[in-house]
Design a protein around this ligand. Structure first.
Ligand SMILES: *[C@@H]1O[C@H](CO)[C@@H](O)[C@H](O)[C@H]1NC(C)=O
Ligand SMILES: *[C@@H]1O[C@H](CO)[C@@H](O)[C@H](O)[C@H]1NC(C)=O
Ligand SMILES: *[C@@H]1O[C@H](CO)[C@@H](O)[C@H](O)[C@H]1NC(C)=O
Ligand SMILES: *[C@@H]1O[C@H](CO)[C@@H](O)[C@H](O)[C@H]1NC(C)=O
Ligand SMILES: *[C@@H]1O[C@H](CO)[C@@H](O)[C@H](O)[C@H]1NC(C)=O
Ligand SMILES: *[C@@H]1O[C@H](CO)[C@@H](O)[C@H](O)[C@H]1NC(C)=O
Length: 196
């Protein structure tokens, strides 16, 4: 009995912390994350975000931003094809209700911030046609809700992490046109649609 309680205690503390974090974050948290994203941009040639993402307007009305009516939190971010350039800030990991993230067809570069691993509701991740570098991180396997993962045409190096096989709901995985090395994890073959 004692042993069991000792085992459960850390789990209960974890659950409590998660509840607290939920209670302490709101749309303002999301707004800060998006402003950090905007401030990290090196290029915004059409001034789309610099003009449109203004704190004078509700975050849910910003271009490319969708809020879920139920939670009043950012559920989708789509800034595809806006010719943006810059690094991805760690604050993106604070968009805890994000289900879809589309940064495709821009010039984002640098490595994926490890904080993205916190986006446990993410279903669609589309980073194709950018200049992202570094490894395809092991923590991607933590995003177990992912249905769609497209990293095509970037500059990711290294090997495909085995953790990818933990994303059991994945239907589309496209890693083509990256200078990757090594073997493809065996279980990837059972995925619905795979473009190595
Ligand atoms: C979000 O929470 C902070 C405190 O954590 C509070 O000051 C702020 O007014 C809240 N914003 C909204 C829009 O509820
Ligand atoms: C931002 O873009 C949205 C969608 O195009 C538009 O409805 C809104 O009026 C724009 N806001 C500003 C401040 O330009
Ligand atoms: C958001 O993310 C940053 C960096 O990852 C962190 O320092 C900050 O405390 C986070 N939380 C909120 C509520 O903005
Ligand atoms: C991302 O945006 C591009 C261009 O608008 C679109 O073709 C693609 O389907 C989007 N990806 C997802 C996962 O919705
Ligand atoms: C994608 O990458 C391939 C191989 O590097 C290249 O031939 C192709 O032009 C790229 N596509 C685009 C649209 O940039
Ligand atoms: C897959 O997930 C399980 C359970 O969370 C974990 O124990 C295991 O290490 C993961 N495997 C990989 C390859 O990430």
């Amino acid at each position: 009995m004692m042993r069991r309680q000792f085992f459960l205690l850390p789990l209960m503390i974890n659950a409590l912390m998660a509840c607290l974090a939920m209670a302490l974050t709101n749309i303002t948290t999301d707004q800060h994350a998006l402003l950090a994203f905007k401030s990290q941009l090196k290029l915004d040639p059409s001034h789309i975000l610099s003009k449109n993402w203004s704190v004078s307007f509700p975050t849910g009305k910003w271009i490319g931003v969708t809020c879920s009516p139920r939670h009043q939190r950012v559920s989708a971010l789509d800034v595809s094809g806006m010719r943006l350039s810059g690094n991805l800030p760690s604050q993106l990991g604070n968009l805890s209700f994000l289900a879809s993230l589309n940064l495709s067809s821009n010039s984002f570069h640098g490595q994926l911030p490890k904080e993205l691993a916190q986006l446990h509701r993410l279903r669609y991740l589309d980073f194709r046609l950018n200049g992202l570098t570094g490894d395809i991180p092991f923590w991607l396997g933590l995003l177990v809700e992912l249905r769609f993962l497209n990293l095509r045409n970037n500059s990711f190096t290294g090997t495909i992490p085995s953790s990818i096989t933990n994303m059991s709901k994945l239907q589309v995985l496209d890693l083509s046109n990256n200078p990757l090395q090594g073997n493809i994890p065996e279980a990837v073959g059972s995925l619905f649609n795979f473009y190595p």
